[in-house]
Design a protein around this ligand. Sequence first.
Ligand SMILES: NC(=O)c1ccc[n+]([C@@H]2O[C@H](COP(=O)([O-])OP(=O)(O)OC[C@H]3O[C@@H](n4cnc5c(N)ncnc54)[C@H](OP(=O)(O)O)[C@@H]3O)[C@@H](O)[C@H]2O)c1
Length: 228
Amino acid sequence: MKAIITGGNRGIGLEISKRLIALGYEVHVLSRSGISTPPEGLFSWAADVSDYEQTIQIADKIGPVNILINNAGIMNAKTASDYNQDEILHILNVNLITSVRLSVRLAEQMANNGGGRIVSMGSIAGEIGHPDIWYGISKAGITNAMRSIARAFGLKGVIANSVAPGPIDTAMMKNIPQDRKDRLKAATIRQRFCTAEEVAKTVCWLATDAPECINGEVIDLNNGTNYR
Ligand SMILES: NC(=O)c1ccc[n+]([C@@H]2O[C@H](COP(=O)([O-])OP(=O)(O)OC[C@H]3O[C@@H](n4cnc5c(N)ncnc54)[C@H](OP(=O)(O)O)[C@@H]3O)[C@@H](O)[C@H]2O)c1
C-alpha cells in the first residue's frame, strides 16, 4: 500500500506521514527541504509543488498509489493590497492548482485500479474571509475541488474529502500576531487550538477507514469557533 503526501516532512504533514507509516503504508513525501532523518517507511523526494510538471514527473516515478494527501501549503502575512501578480500565482500554484491537477491525474489512475482516497488540507480560512485573501481563496477552492473530484470519480471508487482546521501550532503560525492568536484561542470551547496530531488522526481516518459515503465532504477541526 502506497501513499503520496505533499509537505509530509514537517508540521501537520509529518504527523500524517508517521501515522500512515504506522498503518503499514509506504509513504512518499514531496517537499523542498526534505527530512534529515526519515523514519523507516518514508521516502523523501525533492519537489517544489508550485511547479506542476516537476511534481507530476515525481508522481509518475512513484507509480500508482492508494492515497494522495494534498498537504503542502503556504500562508503570507500580507494584506490584499500588498500582493502582486507573481505572488498571487505562486500561492495559488502551491496551495491549489498543483493539488487539483495532481488529484485529477491520480484520481484517473485510482479509478482505473479499482479506487483510492484523496484528502486535502483546507482551512477555516476558506470560510471566514481570512486576512490573507489569496490563502482563503486557495482553501475555499481546494474544498470545492475535492467535491468535484468526488462527483467525477466516485462511481469508480475514488473518495475525495478535505479537512478545515482552525489555527494549529506549527511553523505556519509564526507570522500570526500574538494578540490575534490569543483572540482566536479565547474563542475555542476548550481554550486551546487543535493539535497537529488531532488533524493527522482525522486526515488518516478519511484516507483509510472512513465510510465511503463520506465523499466530497469537509470536516471542520476548530474546537467550536466556526460552526457551519
Ligand atoms: N497551521 C495552521 O494553523 C493550519 C491551519 C489550517 C490549515 N493548515 C494547512 O495545513 C497544511 C500544513 O501546514 P502546517 O501548519 O504543517 O505548515 P508548515 O509547518 O509551514 O508546513 C508546510 C509544509 O508545506 C511544504 N511546502 C510549502 N511550500 C512548498 C512547495 N512550494 N513545494 C513543496 N512543499 C512545500 C513545506 O515543506 P518545505 O518547506 O520543505 O517545502 C512543509 O512541509 C497547509 O496546507 C496549511 O495551509 C494549517
